[in-house]
Design a binder for this molecule. Structure first.
Ligand code: JCF
Length: 687
C-alpha cells in the first residue's frame, strides 16, 4: 500500500476524479443517459491518466484507467463457484407455463395468485462477478455451473460492469450474476468491418460474445462491443442488520441497479400467470425491434421467502422457468442452388433447402445474395448449413458445418448465361451483383417489370397478381408495360383459374388504375435506383412528365437526393427506343394524373416528420404511410431529434423508447385516424 498520507492532496484529488468518472461511466454505459459529452469524459480520463503517470504508486486496480491490462494470459485458470450457478427449467408452450404455475401453487399450498418477475432471456453468456468491499476482484464464466474460467481481465474491459460499486450500502462480499452479450448493432458493425478486412465473420451475436470473452489478450476483448445485464446475486455476506438483501427479486435488481449495474429495462412484475402469458406475447411481438437477441422469457417467483419454500430440483430452481421462443436458427441441408433473375437483371442465387421449421415457419428457400457470399461461406451443394430466419426477413444461410460435408458435395457454379433468356451474365468489376444483359428481351425481367408496374405502390391494378402476370408473359399476351392496357376480355377469361367475372374485374381495375399521380407513374416505370421517394422528388421538381423525361444528367442531379448514378440510370432509360415507345403507348392507353403540383407547397403536414412503429390494427401500414405523404409529411424509418411524431401501435419497441427519451409526441393509431379524417381522408381512399 502506498502511504497516502505522503500525498494527501493528490490522493484526495485522485479519489474525487475516479468517483466522478465512475459516475459518468455509469450514466453513459448503464443508464444510457450521459450528462457530459464524450469529449468532456475523455478530458476527465486524460486528467486522471496524467496524474497517475506522475504518481504511479497511487494507481489502484479499480481505477477507471485500469480496465485494459497489457499482459496477455497464457491460459485461463479454473474457478470453483462458491455457490453453483443454476440452469433454468424450460417451457415450450403456454401449457408448460400454466403447469409451472400450478406446480408452484400446489407446492406452496396457495390458492392466491403468485407474483412473478418477468424478464427477457438474453442470448449471451452467463457470468459471475465477485466484489469484495465494493471492488471487482473476480469475473468467471458459468462453465458447467460448478467450475468456470477466470475471465477477470476480460470482464474488466466491459464498460457497463463497475470496477467499484456505486453508493455505500452494499454487502462486504457480493457475487453478481448476469449475462454478457453483444447488442445487434455492435455485432453488425463488427461483422461489416471484418468482411471489409477479409476476416472471418461471427455467425451470430452470441458466438461473437463468446469469442470475445475467450480472448487471452484482454486488449482484444476491450474493442468488442459487449454489455452485461445483471439478473441475480450469488454469494452475499456481510450485510448489516438494518441493511440487508431486499425481500423480492425485483427489489434486488433495483439494488443492483443502484450499485451501478445495467438492469434490463423490459423487467415487469406480473400478478398472475395470465399476465405472464401476456408479457410473453408482448415481448415476442417486439423481439426483432429489441437492440439485442433474446431466446425466451424468464419468469421468477418474486418473493424470496416463497423462493426459499420452493427450493431446488436437481440443478434448477423450482421458482423459475424459461419460456423459450421458437428457435430462429436451425441446421438443414442445401439441396440445390437456383439462379433467379430480377427486374433489373440481377442474378441472385437462391438456396433450395430441405424444409426446416425455424423462426415459426417452415423454410425451404434462403437467399445466398451473390457470388461473394457463396465464396465467403465456402458452401457446396449437399452441405449441412445453419439457416437464420429472424422476424419477417428473408431466411439466410449463416454458416456451413464443414465436418458434415458429404463426399459427393458439389461446387456451386455461377452461370455465365442467363438461365431464362440465355443472354450473357455480366459482372461489373467492383460490384457484387451479376446481371443478365438481356433487358426486356429476358422474360424474367419482363415479368418482374410488369409485376412492379401493376403493384400497389405503383399503378395499383387490383387483382393482377404475380401468377397472372407470369401466365400473361409466358403466353406472350403482354410484351411491354403498355400491353396490359390492351388485354381483352377473351384473353383474360381464358387464363387458368379465371372466368368472365374475374376478367371483368381486372378490366375494371385496369381502368381505375389509369388515374394516377406523376410520382407513382415515374415509380411504376421501374427505372433502376428510382424508388418511391426518388420518384416523388422527381415529380415535385419537374411538375410534368415531359420535363422529367427530357432532362439531361446534370439537370437530373439538381433534384434532392439524386446523384450521378441515379441520374445516369434515368437518362439511359429514356435513351432506349423501346422505353420511349412503351411510354407513348401508355399515354395513348389513357393514363393520366390530375395536376397536383399547385397544391403541393402548402399541404397540411408539410415540414413534419412521422415515424410509424409497432403494429397498426385498423390501418394498413402502407396506407397510413401513403396518407401521411399525401398530406405533405415525411415518413422516416428511425427516430431522431428531427422526428415530430411517433405513431406507436402494440408491440412498439426501441423506437418508442427512444421517442419517449427524446420527449417526442407519441400518437396512437386512433389519433392518426382522427388526423386523416380531419384532413378529409377516409381509410379506403386512394392517395
Ligand atoms: O437473461 C438470461 N439469459 C437469464 C439467465 C436471466 C435470468 O434471470 C436467469 C438466467 C439463468 C439462471 N436466472 C437464472 C436463475
Amino acid at each position: 500500500m502506498p502511504n497516502l498520507s505522503l500525498f494527501p492532496d493528490v490522493a484526495a484529488e485522485l479519489k474525487q476524479l475516479r468517483s466522478e468518472i465512475n459516475y459518468h461511466n455509469n450514466r453513459y454505459h448503464t443508464l444510457d443517459d450521459p450528462q457530459i459529452s464524450d469529449a468532456e469524459y475523455d478530458r476527465l480520463l486524460q486528467k486522471l491518466k496524467t496524474l497517475e503517470t506522475q504518481y504511479p504508486e497511487l494507481i489502484t486496480p479499480d481505477s477507471p484507467t485500469q480496465r485494459v491490462g497489457a499482459t496477455p494470459l497464457s491460459e485461463f485458470v479454473t474457478v470453483v463457484h462458491e455457490m453453483p450457478m443454476l440452469s433454468l427449467d424450460n417451457a415450450f408452450s403456454d401449457d408448460d407455463l400454466i403447469a409451472f404455475n400450478k406446480r408452484v401453487q400446489d407446492r406452496l399450498k396457495s390458492v392466491d395468485e403468485i407474483e412473478f418477475a418477468c424478464e427477457v432471456k438474453l442470448d449471451g453468456l452467463a457470468v459471475s462477478l465477485l466484489y469484495r468491499d465494493g471492488i471487482l476482484v473476480r469475473g468467471a464464466t458459468r462453465g458447467d455451473g460448478t467450475n468456470g474460467e477466470d475471465i477477470t481481465q476480460n470482464v474488466r474491459t466491459i464498460g457497463s460492469i463497475p470496477l467499484r460499486l456505486l453508493g455505500e450500502n452494499f454487502p462486504q462480499i457480493l457475487e453478481v450474476r448476469g449475462e454478457i452479450y453483444m447488442p445487434k448493432a455492435g455485432f453488425n458493425k463488427f461483422n461489416e468491418k471484418a468482411l471489409a478486412a477479409g476476416e472471418k465473420l461471427f455467425i451470430n451475436p452470441r458466438n461473437a460474445a463468446a469469442g470475445s470473452l475467450r480472448q487471452l489478450d484482454a486488449r482484444i476483448t476491450a474493442i468488442r462491443p459487449l454489455e452485461m445485464c445483471a439478473y441475480s446475486v450469488g454469494l452475499v455476506e456481510g450485510f448489516t442488520e438494518e441493511n440487508k438483501l431486499p425481500n423480492c427479486h425485483t427489489d434486488i435488481l433495483a439494488a443492483l441497479g443502484s450499485w451501478g449495474f445495467l438492469i434490463n429495462r423490459e423487467l415487469k412484475v406480473a400478478h398472475n400467470i395470465d399476465e405472464c402469458l401476456e408479457y410473453y406475447r408482448t415481448i415476442q411481438l417486439k423481439r426483432s425491434d429489441l437492440a439485442y437477441d433474446i431466446d425466451g422469457i424468464v419468469f421468477k417467483v418474486n418473493s424470496r421467502k416463497l423462493q426459499e419454500e420452493l427450493g431446488f430440483i436437481s440443478r434448477a430452481p423450482r421458482w423459475a422457468i424459461a419460456y423459450k421462443f421458437p428457435a430462429q436458427e436451425e441446421t438443414t441441408i442445401l439441396l440445390d442452388v437456383e439462379f433467379q433473375v430480377g427486374r433489373t437483371g440481377a442474378v441472385t442465387p437462391v438456396a433450395r433447402l430441405q424444409p426446416v421449421f425455424v423462426g415459426g415457419v417452415t423454410v425451404s428457400n434462403a437467399t445466398l445474395h451473390n457470388r461473394d457470399e457463396i465464396n465467403r461461406l465456402g458452401v457446396k451443394i449437399g452441405d449441412t448449413v445453419i439457416v437464420l430466419r429472424a422476424g419477417d426477413v428473408i431466411p439466410k444461410i449463416l454458416a456451413v458445418i464443414e465436418s458434415k460435408r458429404p463426399a459427393d458435395a458439389r461446387d456451386i457454379i455461377f452461370p455465365e448465361h442467363c438461365p431464362v433468356c440465355g443472354s450473357k451474365v455480366e459482372t461489373v468489376p467492383g460490384e457484387a451483383v451479376a446481371r443478365c444483359d438481356g433487358g426486356l428481351i429476358c422474360a424474367a425481367q419482363r415479368k418482374e417489370a410488369i409485376k412492379h408496374f401493376v403493384s400497389r405502390k405503383a399503378m395499383n391494378v387490383e387483382g393482377l397478381g404475380d401468377k397472372l402476370v407470369e401466365q400473361l408473359v409466358d403466353l406472350a399476351l403482354i410484351n411491354n408495360l403498355a400491353d396490359i392496357y390492351k388485354l381483352t376480355r377473351e384473353q383474360l377469361a381464358n387464363l387458368e383459374r379465371m372466368g368472365e367475372k374475374s376478367a371483368d374485374n381486372i378490366l375494371a381495375a385496369l381502368d381505375v388504375s389509369k388515374k394516377t399521380t406523376l410520382a407513382k407513374f415515374i415509380y411504376a416505370l421501374g427505372i433502376r435506383e428510382v424508388g418511391e421517394s426518388t420518384a416523388r422528388n422527381f415529380a415535385k421538381a419537374y411538375g410534368t412528365f415531359e420535363a422529367f423525361a427530357g432532362s439531361d444528367e446534370l439537370g437530373l442531379q439538381q433534384v434532392p437526393d439524386v446523384g450521378p448514378v441515379v441520374a445516369h440510370f434515368v437518362f439511359e432509360f429514356f435513351q432506349q427506343e423501346n422505353n420511349r415507345l412503351a411510354i407513348e403507348q401508355l399515354k395513348a392507353a389513357g393514363i393520366y394524373w390530375p395536376d397536383e403540383i399547385a397544391g403541393m407547397v402548402d399541404l397540411p403536414l408539410a415540414g413534419l416528420t412521422y415515424v410509424l412503429t409497432g403494429t397498426l390494427e385498423a390501418l394498413d401500414r402502407d396506407d397510413a404511410k401513403a396518407h401521411l405523404l399525401a398530406l405533405g409529411a415525411k415518413v422516416s424509418g428511425s427516430v431522431s431529434a428531427k422526428t415530430n411524431y411517433v405513431v406507436a401501435g402494440p408491440g412498439a419497441g426501441s423506437k418508442l423508447q427512444k421517442a419517449e427519451e427524446l420527449g417526442i409526441k407519441i400518437l396512437s393509431e386512433a389519433d392518426l385516424l382522427a388526423l386523416f379524417t380531419q384532413h378529409g381522408l377516409t381509410q379506403h381512399e386512394q392517395t
